[in-house]
Design a protein around this ligand. Structure first.
Ligand code: PLZ
Length: 443
């Protein structure tokens, strides 16, 4: 860890003068389509703190959208990536391979669920991993259809926009989208019409019925699901839903793909979130937390499926870049050494009771959910389940002004999500929750 003090500190208005100056340069030179949650510019980040150019220190409840699980300047990541930078930055794995790529594939085989033979292919972004999972599943099954779920998010490229459910801001005006993508219901317990206790059985039956009736199971190459739906609002599919869908895929020769890009690598207190219901996916997509902030993603899965794509059919200039691979090996080393799965569970133990107590006090908190360090509250209008995106934006803004970096999410933009780095100190967690509670009290 660097020397960045682990304490919240607000010394200017938010944004401060230096950030404002950078913001005007940004507005003149950066495309308007690229947004930012907060108009403050980062100077340093480490542990549970992001420091801006004006010297404000924010408690990090976002981890750069679930990426800096080990912190944003973890010692092992910096050490290994720096050493690799000095040796060589790039050769292209498709030209002259290098050991780091192979080592990451070996680690993925060991850490992902299931003890079958596994292989991996590495890429740069989450969306690219998901696209490649589809390519591999199609090559293996010689089928074309892909099934995804309500509230699912899989990326911003053309195929992954098609896989993503929410129109604004991800898809509006950017079509036409890739064909042969079909969307079916997911067991969103809090909003399931007949109640959370029925959601698992009813939603899986509906999803399977739609696949059979509208697509034909024999035409489906892949079913892709996030074991905890991230951008959809931290929806944990109700109990029984994932096993039923997994079983249906097995029974029909469909490749079951777990998109663990947001939920993977210790985030939920397991190496992968699908372990909680004993799910063993055929393919798993990972990114984000895998490499301590460096751009890396992977598709890992059953060797016979992974080998179905012909030689030369998968790749890309930068896929599995050596510096990113070194970062991944450093991040995985840190996760093991600091037992970050246990840390994630501890974060849940600290956050959930506080949030549940807030729910009792503030009736606009309709639901508290998630596990490990992937926790969220869903905001509604008092006495209803009507989404409350306005209060959600107000709460986030109030937290930002007090030095707590929170993110929002959800199909209805009414969810405040908490994704702290797993190395965050407990005092910062508690301080951040105090600020959140004060924001609700002031609303
Ligand atoms: N699959 C499950 O969560 C990325 C997106 C933020 P990329 N989620 C954050 C935004 O607004 O762009 C994500 C994910 C799941 C795929 C992706 C895509 O990963 O690395 O952003 O391409």
């Amino acid at each position: 860890m660097s020397t960045l003090p682990q304490e919240r500190r607000v010394v200017t208005a938010i944004p401060g003068p230096k950030s404002q100056e950078l913001q005007s340069r940004r507005t003149a030179s950066v495309a308007a389509g690229v947004g930012s949650v907060m108009p403050v510019f980062a100077a340093r980040a480490d542990g549970g703190i992001v420091e801006d150019v004006d010297g404000n220190r924010f408690i990090d409840f976002g981890s750069g959208i679930a990426v800096t699980t080990v912190g944003a300047s973890a010692e092992a990541v910096v050490r290994r990536a720096s050493a690799q930078l000095a040796d060589f930055t790039h050769t292209c794995f498709m030209v002259t391979p290098y050991e780091g790529y192979v080592e990451v594939a070996e680690q993925l085989a060991e850490l992902t669920p299931g003890d079958h033979a596994k292989k991996s292919a590495l890429f740069n972004s989450g969306a690219e991993a998901v696209e490649n999972a589809v390519k591999i599943a199609r090559a293996y099954t010689k089928r074309t259809a892909v099934v995804v779920f309500d509230h699912g998010y899989h990326g911003r490229t053309n195929l992954t926009m098609a896989l993503t459910s929410k129109n604004m801001p991800y898809k509006q005006g950017f079509g036409p989208f890739a064909p042969e993508v079909y969307r079916v219901p997911v067991a969103y317990g809090y909003r399931w019409p007949t109640g959370a206790e029925n959601a698992g059985a009813e939603a899986s039956a509906q999803a399977i019925d739609q696949i059979n009736k509208q697509i034909g199971a024999e035409n489906v190459a892949a079913i892709i699901i996030e074991p905890v739906l991230g951008e959809g609002g931290f929806i944990e599919p109700a109990k029984g839903f994932l096993p039923a869908i997994r079983q249906f895929a097995s029974d029909n020769g469909i490749v079951f793909v777990a998109d663990e890009i947001q939920s993977g690598f210790c985030r939920t207190g397991q190496w992968f979130a699908c372990e909680d219901e004993g799910i063993v996916p055929d393919l798993i997509t990972t990114a984000k937390g895998i490499a301590g902030g460096l751009p890396l993603s992977a598709v890992t899965g059953r060797a016979e499926i992974m080998d179905a794509a012909h030689s030369g059919g998968l790749g890309g200039t930068y896929g599995g870049n050596p510096v990113a691979c070194a970062g991944a090996l450093g991040a995985i080393e840190t996760m093991r050494e600091l037992d970050l799965n246990a840390k994630a569970k501890r974060i849940e133990e600290v956050m959930k009771p506080r949030l549940t107590a807030m729910q009792e006090k503030f009736d606009i908190i309709g639901d508290v959910r998630g596990r490990g360090a992937m926790i969220a509250i869903e905001l509604v209008k008092s006495g209803t389940k009507e989404p409350n995106p306005k209060a959600t934006a107000q709460i986030a803004k109030a937290c930002h002004a007090e030095g707590v970096l929170v993110l929002t999410t959800g199909t209805y933009s009414n969810v405040v999500r908490f994704l702290p780095p797993l190395v965050i100190g407990e005092e910062l967690l508690t301080d951040g929750l105090d600020v959140l509670e004060a924001a609700f009290a002031a609303l």
